[in-house]
Each structure stands twice: as C-alpha cells, then as structure tokens.
Design a protein around this ligand. Structure first.
Ligand code: G1P
Length: 291
C-alpha cells in the first residue's frame, strides 16, 4: 500500500470559461456523460488506494460537497420504487468516500488553494488532483505517481509533451541535466508558469496531478504573490526544489482538458463511445453524421 493516503482537490474556481452553465452550477459538477468531473477525479484517487478526499471549495460550491454525502430522500425514493441499480450507484458515492471540505475564502490562486489543506493533510505526503484534467488510464495516473513517490521520494509532478504553440497554457517544466533510469521519469531543475511560446524552456507541460512531501506547505508560505495577487503552485514547487528532488513523470493514459470547451467535448465523445450501454448506438449516430 502506498504512503499516499490523502488527496487535495482544488475546486474553488469560478469556472468562467463555461458561463453561463457555471453561473450557479460548479464547473466540477458538469458531467462527462453522467459522471460529474469531480467524481471522476475522486474515483481515480480511490482506485489508487487513497482514503481521504480534501475538497477545497468556495462560495456557490455546496452542491459539490453534497454530492459526496448521503442523499436520504432520493435514496428512500429509489428504495421504495425498487430501483435497486440506481440506488446502489447513489449510495456508493457517499459510502466509499471520506470527505473533508475546506473553504478557500478568497481567490488567491492554486498555490493558496493547496495551502488551505495544510492542517487537514498534516505532516505526511499527499496528492493534488485538478479535476478538469481528466486522465483515462488502465492504471490510475495518481496511483502511478504514488508508486514513483514511494520509490524515489522528493515530489512527483505529472508532465506531458505538448505542441510548442500550446505550452503557454501550462506550467513548463525544465529538465535537469542527466536522466533517470526509471522509465517516464525526468529529474527537473525548475519550471515556469505559462511562459510565452518564444521563451518556453521546453514543451513539457505540467498536468494537474502532483504528489508532494509536506514540506511544500512551508514553501508555499514563502512564495510572494504574482502580479495578479495569486500564489502560484509552480512558484512553491520551485521553492521546494531548493531542498528536495522534483521529478516530472510522463503518465500512462490519455488526458483531456475538460476545463476547455473542445477538450470537454472530446472527453464526452470518447467516454460515451467506451460505454457498454450507450456506446454502440452513439457510434452508429456519429457515423451517420455528415461532417
Ligand atoms: C494550473 C497550473 C499549471 C498547470 C495546469 C494544468 O493552471 O498553474 O502549472 O500546467 O494547471 O492543468 P490552470 O489551468 O489552473 O490555469
């Protein structure tokens, strides 16, 4: 069993890229077919053996926390109607998850969101999962990273090669000299948050999965806010590099950027095609389209 028992899910953002859908509905609750994105992300953590889910929420995000609680009236209704299959789907969500929720009162950035989890995490290594990065994989991506952490220590950051014109959307990792004998692993010497393409140090983009030692909290406390007044996680990791090894890990699996409309649609189509219930009919429908 991995040393990683807790996962932090920063989810306080306003989701402006999906307005008007996200005016009152948290973006994390937008479904891929019928599964809220936050549930997909939590499931990845549970599949990796992580036991405690720490949701960092903000105003207007109550439904996301409710989603992991018992829904007494709904469950009672389904039970009385004999809708056992739906009942177990609904009951499972609250039965298998132990959730702590913490409010990030001000939108002070991703680094600040992670810092909000400090007392809930305590003095142990932990995972961070950004639910709008959806990763489809036979082995949960965060589980792959937890294994690397158990063997190597330091901090493990998921990375992916992206086309040079895309790197400005991401944190860009700077590979250190030398290489690691471990497949898919690259020791890093630094990283830059959303560099202009012309100044990017590499096309190795940071994706929303991280495994950190508890020392990251002290580093985040030392980071100065950026020009927008936000504490960037990337700056905290750069601070961590002064005392710990930080590795980039090219995970196995396919990643969708569900925080972007096109990525959201791509995830929806591929997840729908992979389903046993609607997959075959949906495939037929897609074939019939004259596009
Ligand atoms: C955040 C991080 C960035 C990372 C990205 C991955 O940016 O700051 O380093 O590449 O997540 O999705 P955001 O997408 O929140 O702007």
């Amino acid at each position: 069993m991995s040393k990683i028992r807790k996962a932090v899910f920063p989810a306080a953002g306003l989701g402006t890229r999906f307005l008007p859908a996200t005016k009152v509905v948290p973006k994390e609750m937008l479904p891929i077919v019928d599964m809220p994105q936050i549930q997909l992300a939590v499931q990845e953590a549970l599949d990796a053996g992580i036991e405690e889910i720490i949701l960092i929420t903000g105003r207007g995000k109550v439904s996301m926390v409710d989603h992991f609680d018992v829904a007494y009236e709904l469950e009672d209704h389904l039970r009385k109607r004999g809708q056992e299959e739906l009942l177990s789907i609904v009951e499972e969500i609250s039965k298998k998850t132990r959730v702590v929720s913490i409010r990030q009162k001000h939108p002070l950035g991703l680094g600040h969101a992670v810092l909000c989890a400090k007392s809930a995490v305590g003095d142990e290594p932990f995972a961070v999962i950004l639910s709008d990065d959806i990763i489809k994989s036979d082995r949960p991506a965060i589980g792959q990273m937890a294994e690397i952490y158990d063997a190597e220590g330091g901090a493990v950051i998921s990375v992916m090669q992206v086309p040079p014109d895309q790197i400005s959307k991401y944190g860009a990792a700077i590979p250190a000299e030398g290489s690691s004998p471990v497949p898919r692993l690259t020791p890093l010497s630094g990283m830059v948050e959303k560099p202009p393409a012309s100044e990017a140090p590499s096309n190795l983009a940071i994706i929303g999965r991280y495994v950190f030692p508890p020392e990251i909290f002290g580093c985040l406390e030392n980071v100065a806010p950026d020009a927008r007044g936000e504490i960037q996680l990337t700056d905290g990791i750069r601070e961590l590099l002064k005392s710990k090894a930080v590795y980039g890990y090219e995970f196995e699996g396919k990643r969708y950027d569900a925080g972007d409309k096109l990525g959201f649609l791509q995830a929806t189509v591929e997840f729908a095609l992979a389903r046993n219930d609607i997959g075959p009919l949906f495939r037929e429908f897609l074939r019939s389209l004259e596009v």
